[in-house]
Write a protein that binds this ligand. Structure first.
Ligand code: NAD
Ligand code: TYD
Length: 345
């Protein structure tokens, strides 16, 4: 890791990708890493348990919308990597207020502080969902943003604030647009960990609609190395796609998980579709590859390892499937009708 990266502030570092990224930085010898996290339902100190005692690790429990706390945290940092966000599409369909607050206003607060403190690198972690539905071909960085869910619209809004800060105040900020990510420490509301944990409990696997939607899966470590590459080599004002190059239909992924766990396919239950469900995402990754990045984890191996991790780490995920999770589960799935499986498969 480059010599001038002595102290990195990782906002949202107690979440899924952020906690993996913090571990990744410390393993690569970054001397000081500060995690700044509000600990929402998705944030979890247990994700950082194995690095809490590292001499370079520090944790700040605060909100990125709080100017004073952000200013204090940013003092003395060379770089900021912003993972903090509300991240689940289904929750954004139930109530989008926190999505706008954190993903747009919070990003703005961080950018203002980065400007005041002369931070040298600011990486804003965004998503391929800002491109909207991609029926054919692959999204390139210069394509228009056509978000279709409150989640992706708020992420696109955050990106616009980043570009404005670069253009007006010269904040040295870059944007990453990662594809659907999987791996250890992912909160079990997202597709892959939900399917694994439901299968481990012998519960039905809820598949939205026909299940033939396509997502381009990337292992969390490949997503981390992509963000590292942008941090080290990205050009301010530019966005970089980080895609795994593993397009899969949801139904196939669910079946693969059941096979890995020796569970029957009839646990799959087709349910009423998500509103405005994007059918397909796909990313062109030439721009990041030109900086030397390559994904390393083949999907089948990554999925096998992830299933194994959840099988072994019931101590991690069982406490997360608590009363609050059950309440959310009821709100999101309770009123969804079970539908007939498509007969083309
Ligand atoms: P996550 O939901 O697991 O974690 C989000 C973290 O942000 C949590 O620790 C939460 O406590 C924290 N947070 C939320 N609001 C906050 C606030 N106001 N102040 C401080 N902390 C706050 O999310 P994730 O899956 O790790 O995603 C991280 C980033 O990557 C997000 O910006 C997301 O949009 C982006 N992304 C995720 C994926 C994916 O498939 N998971 C793909 C592409 C991009
Ligand atoms: P998700 O993990 O929510 O990611 P995103 O919507 O941000 O891509 O969902 C991935 C895919 O899986 C998406 O097409 C929606 C689908 N899905 C289901 O079919 N059932 C579910 O219970 C969930 C959570 C997702």
């Amino acid at each position: 890791m480059r010599q001038d990266l002595r102290h990195v502030l990782v906002t949202g570092g107690a979440g899924f990708i952020g906690s993996n990224f913090v571990r990744y930085l410390l393993e690569r010898g970054v001397p000081r890493v500060t995690v700044y996290d509000k600990l929402t339902y998705a944030g979890n100190r247990a994700n950082l348990a194995d690095i809490e005692d590292h001499p370079g690790f520090r944790f700040i429990h605060a909100d990125i919308c709080d100017r004073a706390d952000v200013a204090t945290a940013m003092r003395g940092c060379d770089a900021v990597v912003n993972f903090a966000a509300e991240t689940h599409v289904d929750r954004s369909l139930l109530d989008a207020d926190d999505f706008l607050r954190t993903n747009v206003v919070g990003t703005h607060v961080l950018l203002e502080a980065a400007r005041e403190h002369g931070v040298r690198h600011f990486v804003h972690v965004s998503t391929d969902e800002v491109y909207g539905d991609v029926p054919v071909g692959e999204s390139r960085e210069e394509d228009p943003l056509r978000p279709r869910s409150p989640y992706s619209a708020s992420k696109a809004g955050g990106e616009m604030m980043v570009l404005a800060a670069v253009a007006t105040h010269g904040v040295p900020a870059t944007i990453t647009r990662g594809s659907n990510t999987y791996g250890p420490y992912q909160y079990p509301e997202k597709f892959i960990p939900l399917m694994i944990t439901n299968a481990l409990e012998g519960r039905p696997l809820p598949i939205y609609g026909d299940g033939l939607q396509v997502r381009d899966w990337i292992h969390v470590l490949d997503h981390c190395s992509g963000i590292e590459t942008v941090l080290l080599k990205g050009k301010p004002g530019e966005a970089y796609n980080i895609g795994g190059g593993n397009p899969r239909q949801n139904l196939d992924v669910a079946r693969e998980i059941l096979d890995l766990l020796g569970q029957p396919h009839d646990l799959i239950q087709h349910v009423e579709d998500r509103l405005g469900h994007d059918r397909r995402y796909a990313l062109a990754t030439g721009k990041l590859r030109a900086l030397g990045w390559r994904p390393q984890v083949p999907f089948e191996q990554g999925l096998r390892d992830t299933v194994e991790w959840y099988r072994e780490r019931r101590d991690w995920w069982e406490p997360l499937r608590d009363a609050a999770f059950a309440e959310y589960y009821g709100r999101n799935y309770g009123s969804r009708a079970v539908i007939k499986a498509p007969d083309n498969r």
